[in-house]
Ligand binder design. Sequence first.
Ligand SMILES: [Zn+2]
Length: 438
Amino acid sequence: MDAGFRAHLAGADGLWIPPVRGNISVCMQDHELYRRILGIEAPWQVERVELQLKQGEVHVYLTHQANLEWACADCGRPSPLYDHQAERQWRHLDTCQYQTILHAAPPRSQCPEHGIRVVQLPWAEAGSHFTALFEGLAIAWLKHPSQKAVGEQLRLSWDEIHGIMERAVKRGLARRQAEEMPQLGVDEKAFRKGHKYLTLVNDLEHSRVLYVAEDREQKSLDGFWSTITAEQRASIQAVAMDMWDPYISSVLDHVEDGEKKIVFDKFHIAKHLGEAVDRVRRREHKDLNAEGDERLKGTKYDWLRDPARMDQEQRREFAKLKQSELKTARAWALKETAMALYNYVYEKPARKHFQWWYQWAVRSRLQPMKDVAAMLKRRFENIITYLRHQITNAASESINAKIQWVKYTARGFRNKQNFINAIYFHCGGLELAPSPTK
Ligand SMILES: [Zn+2]
């Protein structure tokens, strides 16, 4: 059957020719159907629709009415057509089970002011190989299940997925409003093993990631301040962070009265104290073990655990240990007493409590406890700020949980930038979808 005859038949009864082999053109009446399904509007029209049965694809060729003026992509001024770029393709939402691909030659306009510019096409953002509707669908799907499953369902490669996510993040960041950010949390995240770090700035109030940078240097955090306005910077009341000098310097350099706003993270301090207790335990266990005393064997986590979370049996066992004359028991009591600082409401008695604790610690003859006491004393002014601001990085726990999930599910990250984009994508609280087209 020759093509002309097939077209004649198709035109005559308005039906598609049954699949013989190769490609099939769709009759004129169905152009209107496709135009409506695809949301193609004037001046654009469907010129030709081709079904590629073997590949399971529908190719839709678009053209536009002649003698039109086109809005300049820069200023919107109606400008005459200059020429067309070579034909391009955009993957669109599937129609039935068919992958649907739009084809068109993008017109270029000639603006008196801006010169020759490619016009903004209504179905896609500049530079994308997908239509806005397709990207919107992919973005909605990528937020939930595994990226691998989404890639398989939508028949997208890793590169295509990362491209969609990258554009979505760019779009979302550009749309951000200059909202106030009274409580920030600066946190570091290990990226893979081998001490590669990312620095994260979190908005603790809205549980979202504001900024991600490589490494954990001062310049990692310095980059954040220029992404917010002067008003936003002035709205910062408190910044939770670890006792990490590069971050401290960055805040002091960029936030007014920064020295009153830094709050060292409570859980970070508890971790330092816990590590000191463990150093005491290891040394003591070695000495005791040499004399055949195994009381401290296998007790590492008992000293770190919250006694409130032990069952009755464990609590009884631990009570014997903590009431003993062991050095580790004294170190443990020091740790618990230091953390009691956080139960105070008022600053004055809290300061007194700390001074008293500090004297006890330096006289304890337990070197690891003396070391940690000296550090806490040196950092004290930004520990006690907790009483005023009551913030910790645990407020970003939901963010951390999500980042763990991103790390776990997205094994396709070939590089750090893709990981950074995924953090913004899932944890940035961004508006990601392409603007609806007219
Ligand atoms: Zn212009």
